[in-house]
Write a protein that binds this ligand. Structure first.
Ligand SMILES: Cc1cc2nc3c(=O)[nH]c(=O)nc-3n(C[C@H](O)[C@H](O)[C@H](O)COP(=O)(O)OP(=O)(O)OC[C@H]3O[C@@H](n4cnc5c(N)ncnc54)[C@H](O)[C@@H]3O)c2cc1C
Length: 245
């Protein structure tokens, strides 16, 4: 499995950009009516949505929600994810999972920096295997899995489903696609953006709402002197590759 984290956009609001545009039009269109939703076309979206988002009226983005599945990230990562409060989550339970002590890398996330150091990697793997064996032994001795799991390192992999509206997703990407974010949650954030970029219906909103790290959203880096060297160029190029490629 390596460090591979799988992220998929599994579902989203039907006709997402039409929904958001139709909601926006209620504010200033005299002829607005419920049935106008059915008549909303791609042309209406293109005419109104970039303009309204350009004014900074972002609350309309809350009318479209996206559901992602994330598999194989660590609990270190999922803990950072769930700090984002304006989203909904369902996560694999540690009370029912079965761990395999012979599959250390399948069960735990091992950072690349550790993999580069053969001596450390060996010790890490031994420690992880030992934690799994102790986990199994604890269960075998009749203790409940909900107690046995206390012995597992935070590196243990997990699966989580997250549903965010587009406005919260923008906020999340702003913070977590940034190079200042920790590498694993950053990987998840960019994969979410890639999933949106791959989707024909949603793709245009990336440019109109500036979905991406905060330097893309704001046009400058709010991290100031904390900005990693060369980050601005790297990030812009990566964003353009994903959103234009
Ligand atoms: C680089 C980085 C380093 C971090 N380091 C730490 C750390 O050392 N320790 C730590 O504890 N956390 C840390 N965090 C997590 C961070 O503090 C936030 O908890 C996390 O990013 C969630 O962001 P949020 O609160 O802006 O947004 P969300 O929970 O996604 O909410 C979105 C927005 O809604 C509004 N909002 C939500 N809830 C409320 C509320 N109750 N009251 C008012 N407004 C609300 C705010 O405007 C908020 O920005 C770090 C995050 C990053 C990106």
């Amino acid at each position: 499995m390596g460090n591979r984290i799988k992220v998929r956009l599994v579902n989203y609001t039907k006709r997402p950009l039409e929904t958001v545009t139709w909601a926006a039009l209620i504010s200033y269109w005299d002829g607005w009516e419920t049935e106008a939703f059915e008549r909303m076309s791609g042309k209406d979206v293109e005419k109104h949505l970039p303009k309204v988002l350009g004014y900074g009226h972002e609350s309309i983005l809350e009318h479209a929600v996206l559901t992602f599945s994330i598999e194989g990230c660590s609990r270190v990562c999922s803990h950072q994810l769930v700090r984002h409060r304006l989203a909904s989550y369902t996560q694999q339970s540690q009370r029912y999972i079965k761990l395999n002590p012979d599959d250390v890398e399948g069960t735990f996330m091992i950072p690349a920096s550790i993999k580069e150091d053969p001596e450390l990697l060996k010790e890490w793997k031994e420690f992880m295997k030992h934690s799994m064996e102790l986990y199994k032994k604890t269960i075998k001795k009749g203790k409940h899995q909900e107690d046995a799991r206390f012995i597992l390192p935070q590196a243990v992999r997990t699966k989580i489903v997250v549903t965010m509206n587009l406005r919260e997703l923008k906020h999340f990407l702003g913070l977590r696609a940034c190079e200042r974010a920790q590498w694993e949650i950053r990987e998840v954030a960019w994969k979410m953006l890639e999933e949106i970029a791959r989707n024909r219906e949603l793709r245009p909103v990336i440019k109109w709402a500036k979905l991406g790290p905060r330097c893309i959203q704001l046009g400058y880096c709010p991290e100031g002197e904390l900005m990693p060297p060369g980050c601005w160029k790297r990030t812009r190029e990566k964003w353009e590759r994903i959103t234009e490629g």
